[in-house]
Design a protein around this ligand. Structure first.
Ligand SMILES: NC(=O)c1ccc[n+]([C@@H]2O[C@H](COP(=O)([O-])OP(=O)(O)OC[C@H]3O[C@@H](n4cnc5c(N)ncnc54)[C@H](O)[C@@H]3O)[C@@H](O)[C@H]2O)c1
Length: 266
């Protein structure tokens, strides 16, 4: 196998368990020759399996609540120290909605929880990039990716306030992509992924039947976590150096479908 990330250094946010998209990305980064550090919220370290992954990939876990600037500063300092130099790529794979978790409908939102949801699921992306920018820890021609969902563009009622979180997240990629591009050719993109069986995914009401619907509607079927990881590797690699400020659909064709017989007959 050709190693697309040989000699590169990265930070992977959001691996909770084997189901996590970030878990698959971390494994593939390692297989492609990159050195990475792993990070997740301190609470996730207690009930997740990230330490097992770190052991397997021979790396360390640096706890960081992605809403805390102080934690992020510590994360970048420790990552640069552990990896022995500046960073080439970052995966932001973080999402959590308090209103979804607590079953609040979109028309009866708790707005304090909504602020927290936006902070965790979207502003954390700006915070990660701002800390990296101010510390000047990104290597020239580096690559930063966040994972998103098509509810940012179209209405999926059960996705609730996560739709606005994702719209904000995608906008941060465009705006910071400009500033990071000007600074030192760092690119910033979002990948809009198919429904995927993970802890975050299955928290959405009716997820199983929607997963099945999307699978039938997409000419290639739903993209799984492993193929999402392949796409991330290509975007971290030097083969995609001129791609920036984009929202890239990785969904087996779902986003450009109207209707088809398989979905109609479901
Ligand atoms: N699963 C899907 O159907 C799907 C589809 C499109 C996009 N996505 C996106 O992919 C990303 C990864 O989700 P996943 O599906 O792999 O689920 P997941 O539950 O495995 O990952 C979500 C991660 O966010 C972390 N997190 C939550 N709060 C945090 C905080 N304050 N600081 C740091 N980390 C925190 C969790 O600990 C967890 O590791 C999310 O952005 C999600 O919205 C998922």
């Amino acid at each position: 196998m050709s190693k697309l990330l040989e000699g590169k250094r990265g930070i992977v946010f959001g691996a909770l368990d084997e189901q996590s998209i970030a878990w698959a990305v971390a494994e593939k980064c390692h297989a492609h020759g990159a050195s990475i550090t792993l990070t997740n919220a301190p609470v996730a370290l207690r009930f997740g399996k990230i330490n097992e992954l770190a052991e397997k990939l021979n790396t360390i876990v640096i706890p960081a609540d992605a809403t805390s600037i102080e934690d992020l500063e510590n994360l970048f300092d420790k990552s640069v120290e552990h990896l022995g130099g500046k960073i080439d790529f970052i995966l932001h794979s973080i999402g959590m909605s308090l209103n979804v978790r607590k079953g609040r409908p979109y028309t009866d939102i708790n707005h304090e929880w909504m602020k927290k949801t936006f902070d965790i699921s979207a502003m954390s992306f700006h915070k990660v990039m701002q800390v990296a920018y101010k510390k000047d820890v990104m290597n020239d021609w580096g690559s930063i990716i966040a994972l998103t969902y098509m509810a940012a563009q179209r209405t999926f009622p059960d996705y609730n306030e996560m739709a606005e979180s994702k719209a904000l997240l995608e906008s941060f990629a465009r705006s910071f992509g400009y500033h990071f591009g000007i600074k030192n050719n760092v690119r910033v993109n979002t990948i809009s992924q198919s429904p995927t069986m993970t802890t975050a995914g299955s928290g959405v009401k009716g997820f199983d039947s929607f997963f099945d619907f999307a699978n039938k509607m997409s000419p290639l079927g739903n993209a799984d976590a492993s193929s999402c990881a392949d796409y991330c590797i290509s975007l971290f690699s030097d083969l995609t150096r001129m791609v920036t400020m984009q929202n890239l659909f990785h969904d087996g064709g779902f986003s450009n479908m109207g209707i088809n017989a398989a979905a109609l007959n479901k």
